[in-house]
Design a protein around this ligand. Structure first.
Ligand code: 13P
Length: 256
């Protein structure tokens, strides 16, 4: 059976109150009642404080995830939440390596590798974000950056784990900017990702890694960012804050 396509909403640090999040869930539930996806998984990653609300709502066709975890299982790590805790609440996914965490929280390759391992160990599916800055793209370093990020993250990960990893290509310059790569540019990076993985793993296990695009995705850009370069789905920021829009994006992908 071929793997399902996947649309992931990264809500980031939004909305600012539980009342607004409940309203969001209400609207999402209504949108999902009108839709039934066959080939596409829709995953919503709210701030962790709202995770139980999402899980308990049990919206048919909607899976849940988080945007970060700490790599330790439990213990004296004030303020942190482990992958096992998230898993025990009923979530299925966790984002790791997002450029905002690399930038604002100093997360480097070593930290991302520790987190990725913890996510997989807990039984969650990891959504690993990678991508170059505009500076790096202009200097034609995209390929080197992508390779390095993949090598660091996948260090010590057994081939059998790959089906539980989704890789999202999110060029830093396309996140929150409305500047997008062309479909050819996305396809080029897709090939770089496949080649890099092929240097580390047997071909059969690589097939199981789903490859997404993320950065300024909107429903009218699904063709350019997902369908044309034959990606396995998208990772969506701002538009995921509007249930109608994220469901529309999933609908377009499901229909193709
Ligand atoms: P935007 O869709 O708002 O550009 O954010 C993309 C993103 O960072 C998703 O993880």
């Amino acid at each position: 059976m071929t793997q399902k396509k996947i649309v992931i909403g990264n809500m980031k640090m939004n909305p600012v109150s539980v009342v607004e999040f409940e309203r969001y869930l209400d609207m999402l539930g209504k949108e999902m009642k009108k839709n039934d996806f066959e080939k596409t998984e829709l995953v919503i990653c709210p701030p962790e404080v709202y995770l139980t609300k999402l899980v308990d709502e049990k919206i048919s066709g909607v899976k849940s995830g988080v945007q970060d975890i700490f790599w330790e299982h439990q213990g004296a790590f004030t303020g942190e939440v482990s992958a096992a805790m998230v898993k025990s609440l009923g979530a299925g996914f966790c984002i790791v390596g997002h450029s905002e965490r690399r930038k604002y929280f100093g997360e480097n390759g070593e930290i991302i590798s520790l987190k990725l391992k913890a996510i997989l160990k807990s039984g969650l599916t990891a959504v690993l974000c990678i991508g170059e800055s505009m500076e790096e793209r202009k200097r034609e370093q995209t390929s080197g950056v992508i390779k390095k990020q993949l090598k660091e993250a996948f260090d010590g990960i057994a081939p059998g784990r790959l089906e539980h990893i989704v890789v999202a290509y999110e060029p830093i310059w396309a996140v929150g900017t409305d500047k997008l790569p062309t479909s050819d540019e996305i396809l080029e990076v897709k090939i770089i990702i496949k080649k890099s993985l092929a240097e580390m793993y047997p071909a059969k296990s690589i097939e199981k890694v789903r490859l997404l695009y993320g950065g300024s995705v909107k429903s009218n850009l699904v063709e350019q960012t997902c369908l044309d370069p034959a990606m396995d789905g998208v990772l969506v920021g701002r538009e995921s804050l509007m249930p109608y829009e994220i469901v529309k994006i999933a609908k377009i992908i499901d229909g193709n």
